[in-house]
Design a protein around this ligand. Structure first.
Ligand SMILES: Cc1ncc(COP(=O)(O)O)c(C=O)c1O
Length: 316
């Protein structure tokens, strides 16, 4: 991310990780100081912001100059030259990540070509870039999106980098996780406000934020429940009208304790969850070879207040 704290930089250097992706000149100077303190040489890569519109939701677009991420090509060149001269920095990589949930190939191809050109100009001045980190971004199917074929993705990347002698690194988090996980929630009540039908469930925006944050779509289905389907908003108990998991979802009439499946919750689900409204975080269950394993316990009220401390009121 754009704001690495000293202790995070120190830990990364002590752990001797492959490289640190730097997001600003100020951060680079901080890394050099910490590397000097530790008596090590930091292997670094610079996150370039190629100013390419990734054609995704503005909150998950990261490759335009108006976004906080990375540095311009000109700044990157200056940083590489500085790093090359520094005894505490070893510039061995380049990085870009233009956005998440990308479903168009052309912005990726454009960004690859821009960054590959940068690598060529760096190699020409003896800065030997060995790692070409293309970030994540590969979109997945939540609804009926037409996504990028991985073979096409590989083709544009290898086309841009074929003469560069670099190792490709990638970080496709959503692609690996989103459709590997579901979120299960229980129905509490049905409710009708005028013409509007609501299904109130025990899951909420604190558990799965994407619908509230981005208006994101997640397919929702009732488990083993038949009957005529009509549209309903699936909403949680949190004190916000923005607390919904789905809008106008076609569902049969539901009863207390019925279970709904909220699909595609494996990425940006639990990791984005919070304790808003003093709601404990959910339990996590992994399924392996048809067997289920509890891999994270449901959070209790005691877990939530464990770190709280009383004020000293003796002066009152
Ligand atoms: C630098 C970087 N790499 C990878 C990812 C993962 O992206 P995705 O989950 O879309 O693959 C992100 C997400 O924000 C990111 O910022």
């Amino acid at each position: 991310g754009v704001g690495k704290r000293d202790e995070e930089i120190r830990e990364a250097l002590k752990e001797d990780i492959l490289l640190l992706n730097l997001e600003s000149e100020a951060e680079m100077k901080r890394v050099a100081i910490i590397a000097e303190e530790l008596g090590v040489e930091a292997r670094i890569s610079i996150r370039v912001n190629p100013n390419v519109d990734p054609q995704t939701h503005p909150y998950i677009s990261t490759g335009l100059h108006e976004n906080k991420f990375g540095v311009s090509i000109d700044t990157a060149k200056r940083m590489y030259i500085y790093a090359k001269k520094s005894p505490h920095l070893n510039p061995i990589g380049v990085h870009f990540h233009i956005g998440s949930q990308l479903t168009e190939l052309s912005p990726i191809s454009e960004a690859c070509e821009i960054v590959a050109d940068l690598v060529r100009s760096l190699k020409a001045i003896d800065i030997d870039i060995k790692f070409f980190d293309i970030g994540g971004g590969l979109g997945v199917v939540y609804d009926n999106e037409v996504t990028i074929k991985t073979s096409e993705y590989a083709r544009v990347i290898s086309k841009a980098t074929k003469d560069l002698d670099v190792t490709i690194l990638m970080e496709p988090g959503r692609y690996m996780m989103a459709n590997s996980g579901i979120f299960l929630t229980r129905v509490l009540y049905e409710k009708q406000n005028g013409d509007k039908r609501f299904v109130i469930v025990d899951g909420a925006m604190n558990d799965l934020l994407r619908p509230s944050l981005y208006g994101a779509y997640h397919k929702i289905e009732a488990v083993q429940k038949d009957g005529e389907k009509t549209p309903a908003d699936v909403v949680g108990p949190v004190c916000e009208s923005g607390d919904f998991l789905g809008k106008d979802v076609e569902l049969p009439l539901l009863d207390n304790n019925d279970i709904l499946i909220v699909h595609s919750a494996g990425a940006y689900g639990f990791t984005m969850s919070s304790n808003y409204n003093t709601r404990g975080k959910v339990a996590e269950v992994a399924i392996l070879d048809g067997k289920d394993y509890l891999i994270r316990q449901r959070e209790s009220f005691e877990d939530q207040i464990r770190l709280e401390e009383a004020c000293d009121t003796s002066w009152l």
